[in-house]
Design a protein around this ligand. Structure first.
Ligand SMILES: [Zn+2]
Length: 359
């Protein structure tokens, strides 16, 4: 592990946006690392941006980061890049992105040519997994899986202290573990994948369905009563039960994983049930990964990790039920230590201490 201070230009490329920022890493006498993010610039991306659109967004965001700060290229030690899709990390090559259709983009070489600094790239989920080892809660952990839960579900695997990419950079596709037989259709073409069952859009869909069912004649009477009690308690008494139910039904169409988590925290029994189910599915998937690989930690990141407090109890209960405990007595499931800017810190981690050992 490297122990010197570094200044890194971090680029986090996603499906809907890209971010550019400087990450200053300082290492104290005890080897403790601190990161400071500055001059964050954001550009929108769409699935139609294409290579040229992505490239132009990068150039203009990087220009803005420099304009916002006092930084000079001379002080930048390297560039870290996250790629939203399949990457060849050693060549810094963007092989393919199912979302945008971008393929065969030598983004590492092009950035190196343009800016004259070493470039380190990897798939976004692997970068986040590595960020956890370099800056987060896995600094002394060599065997763990990172699970991103956001619009989809991805996994990044670190084994024996190194990223394990698999034969075609397709390891740890935990989002496509089958958790429900003949369940919801997944983007991959199969049914009942974890991604189709427990990612952000799946949580919103499950909540809408449960609200509709509980509103209808097909409702579980006990759950309906609990729901009405909750709605009445949170109202000033001016609306009838029928009006409250109608309002809740209307509101459910705009609900997101984040708003549903807030509802659960306030005691909405339908939101609580949906997140209890989410925790069960993720817990089961996490137990399979752990039973297969004898992991020390399972880390949950991505936007839905903001609801970790809500789904952790059922996740942990199910995880424990499915775990081969004799070999996995100390394993924990934790929320990411990288916070909201995990992608930028993941990109910086690639450049600070490259897991593939290239320069
Ligand atoms: Zn799938």
């Amino acid at each position: 592990m490297t122990s010197q201070n570094k200044k890194i230009l971090a680029l986090d490329l996603g499906g809907s946006k890209m971010l550019s920022a400087f990450v200053e890493v300082t290492v104290d006498g005890k080897g403790e690392r601190a990161t400071k993010l500055s001059a964050i610039s954001k550009r929108p991306l769409s699935k139609d941006s294409g290579k040229e659109g992505v490239w132009n967004a990068i150039l203009s965001a990087v220009d803005e980061s420099f304009a916002k700060s006092e930084e000079k290229w001379d002080a930048i030690d390297g560039i870290g890049v996250t790629i939203p899709g399949v990457a060849d990390p050693v060549r810094g090559f963007w092989k393919y992105a199912p979302f945008s259709g971008i393929s065969n983009f030598p983004i590492g070489d092009e950035l190196q040519l343009k800016y004259g600094r070493p470039v380190y790239a990897d798939n976004d989920v692997n970068a986040c997994a590595w960020g956890e080892k370099v800056f987060g809660v896995c600094q002394n952990v060599d065997n763990y899986v990172w699970i991103t839960i956001s619009n989809g579900i991805g996994g990044g695997l670190v084994l024996n202290g190194r990223i394990f990419p698999g034969k075609f950079a397709g390891a740890a596709e935990i989002g496509h573990f089958n958790v429900v037989e003949d369940g919801e259709l997944c983007g991959c073409g199969n049914r009942g994948c974890l991604e189709a069952t427990a990612a952000g859009p799946a949580i919103a869909r499950a909540y809408r369905k449960l609200v509709e069912k509980t509103f209808s004649n097909d409702a579980d009477p006990e759950l309906r009563r609990e729901w009405i009690n909750y709605l009445v308690k949170n109202n000033n008494g001016s609306l009838s039960e029928a009006a409250l139910l109608r309002d809740a039904l209307d509101a459910s169409s705009g609900a997101t994983a984040a708003t549903i988590a807030d509802e659960a925290r306030q005691g909405n029994p339908l939101a609580t049930k949906v997140f209890r189910d989410t925790g069960k599915y993720v817990g089961r998937a996490a137990s399979w990964a752990t039973n297969l690989l004898n992991l020390e930690k399972v880390i949950i990141g991505g936007g839905v990790a903001g609801a970790f407090d809500v789904f952790y109890p059922s996740l942990w209960e199910t995880f424990q039920k499915c775990l081969f405990k004799q070999a996995n007595q100390t394993v924990t499931v934790e929320k990411t230590g990288l916070g909201y800017e995990a992608g930028l810190l993941g990109a910086a981690a690639l450049a600070f201490d490259n897991p593939y050992g290239h320069a």
